[in-house]
Design a protein around this ligand. Structure first.
Ligand code: MSP
Length: 472
């Protein structure tokens, strides 16, 4: 295979329904996947997402719902698939860690680590956060609670456990990161990781004794594989399960900053130990709050992506989420701002432009634009450059710059005052420009792009129905 792209999202815990946090990361990955599918051909891209289904947190959630873990994980993973469908997420494979083939591969992977001397017996003492599914370091505990899950009671645990000798890889990981042999973005987060690695990496526990719902350790079935090791290996097992090994290693792994340490240090340690190639790029976006507050059940401000799609439609929801903030920073989402932006950018902006332009084109005989013509987009380089810099929201700003410019041109040129060849020449130019805009939009708003391209590539253009109805 020439150029290929293996793009991943985290696999999400099924202890709860998907919210816009999960949707955000998955949407970003979908944009990249669609962009590369357009550029390299669909067969050169493999886009993976899925659900993380083992561990105490999931077992407890199932119990709370009076369901078996199997029934419960079936139900929530299906919800994820349903939400991804509503958001038009075009993944190539959806992995579930309860897949028996994944289980076999995890057992083989961890047995190889064990056989090669990378696993030793030890004991763990410390505070475990079930929200993070990890033991916390002192600096992660604030006022007796986990920084990320202040409402979850911490439990002090002390248990025998098997440890992966991650510390053996400290120097190598530090060197590989510094030499950019694998790249962590954004830059500031990469620097933080390098500093932490240099301060020292501890061995990590890879087994749990008091957990039933998990994959048994192959050499000691009374213990289960630690859920994070089980989860990280999904990226590897998914390719084995689907027979797509040629896509290894991952090209871009998307996530938020909460799980960057697992993905930029522990994950690499595991791969180095088993002599597997490392991922190429890891990107961790910021976390967002809703109306200035952390999104949580207690606050009651969790935004349901299905409701957003119900209110605005699929492509508008995609636009509103993707353009909401710079990925590299933390951001804030507000439903009232979303409505303003919907009206300004979509109903009055793109939607109005497309509808006026199509109206002006009615009755004129244009040349049919062939598929080749509708595939060349002068915006492509600019969009590609922004995606390379992990700035999809900037790419959208650029596209909207063209939308506004075309709107302005229409107002200045006033094609409706003319007829005959003068009008046709003017409109042919605008027609080319709106198709360019639509091609640029393909990864972000695929259905809208398709409607615009189909409408304007015909020889007889018909007036288009409003794409985005104004909200009052
Ligand atoms: N199961 C682990 C990941 C294992 S990957 C091998 C996990 N799951 S999670 O359900 O908690 O998902 C965490 C991810 O959800 C974040 O990294 C991010 O991608 C997304 N987000 C969840 N809440 C978010 C925000 N409030 N803001 C931005 N992204 C958020 O961790």
């Amino acid at each position: 295979m020439n150029e290929k792209k293996f793009i991943t999202t985290p696999i999400y815990y099924v202890n709860d329904r998907p919210h816009i946090g999960h949707s955000f990361t998955t949407l970003i990955a979908d944009v990249y996947s669609r962009y590369y599918k357009e550029k390299l051909g669909a067969e050169s891209v493999f886009f993976l997402t899925g659900t993380d289904e083992h561990g105490l947190k999931i077992a407890q959630a199932a119990e709370k719902h009076n369901m078996s873990p199997e029934e419960y994980t079936n139900m929530i993973s299906q919800e994820y698939k349903d939400v991804w469908k509503k958001l038009d997420i075009q993944y190539d494979y959806f992995i579930r860690t309860t897949n028996p083939k994944h289980k076999t591969l995890v057992q083989k992977f961890i047995k190889d680590l064990y056989d090669n001397g990378y696993v030793c017996k030890g004991a763990y003492k410390g505070y475990y956060c079930i929200g993070c599914e990890k033991y916390l370091n002192d600096d992660e505990i604030v006022s007796g609670a986990c920084r990320l899950h202040p409402n979850i009671k911490l439990s002090y645990q002390s248990e025998e456990s098997y440890f992966f000798k991650l510390s053996k890889f400290q120097n190598e990981i530090s060197r590989l990161l510094t030499e950019r042999k694998y790249e962590v973005y954004p830059e500031e987060r990469c620097k933080e990781i390098i500093t932490r690695v240099k301060e020292g990496i501890k061995d990590v526990s890879v087994s749990r004794r008091d957990v039933d719902w998990g994959i048994p350790l192959p050499w000691d079935e009374s213990s289960k594989v630690y859920v994070w090791v089980d989860a990280l290996l999904n990226y590897y097992s998914a390719l084995q399960i689907t027979g797509k090994e040629m896509f290894w290693p991952p090209d871009i792994q998307f996530m938020a900053k909460d799980i960057l340490w697992f993905h930029s240090v522990i994950w690499e340690g595991l791969l180095l130990a088993n002599k597997l190639e490392l991922p190429k790029k890891i990107f961790a976006h910021g976390f967002f709050t809703v109306d200035g507050q952390k999104m949580s059940k207690t606050t009651g401000n969790i935004i349901d992506p299905v409701k957003l799609v119900g209110e605005y439609g699929t492509d508008a929801t995609r636009y509103l989420l993707l353009s909401s903030f710079n990925l590299c920073n933390d951001g804030d989402i507000s439903l009232s701002r979303m409505k303003e932006r919907y009206n300004a950018d979509l109903a009055n902006g793109l939607g109005n432009l497309v509808s006026r332009l199509s109206n002006l084109c009615v009755g004129i005989d244009f040349e049919i634009l062939g598929l080749e013509k509708t595939k060349i987009c002068s915006l492509d380089k600019e969009i590609g450059a922004q995606l390379d810099k992990f700035n999809p929201h900037e790419a959208l700003k650029i596209i909207w710059g063209y939308v506004n410019a075309l709107d302005r041109d229409l107002a200045i040129d006033k094609p409706w005052l003319y007829d005959g060849s003068r009008k046709k020449t003017m409109l042919s130019k605008y027609r080319g420009q709106i198709i360019d805009i639509a091609i640029g939009l393909i990864p972000f708003m695929p259905k809208t792009a398709e409607i615009i391209i189909n409408t304007f590539s015909k020889s007889k253009i018909e007036k288009i129905r409003p794409l985005f109805v104004r909200k009052i």
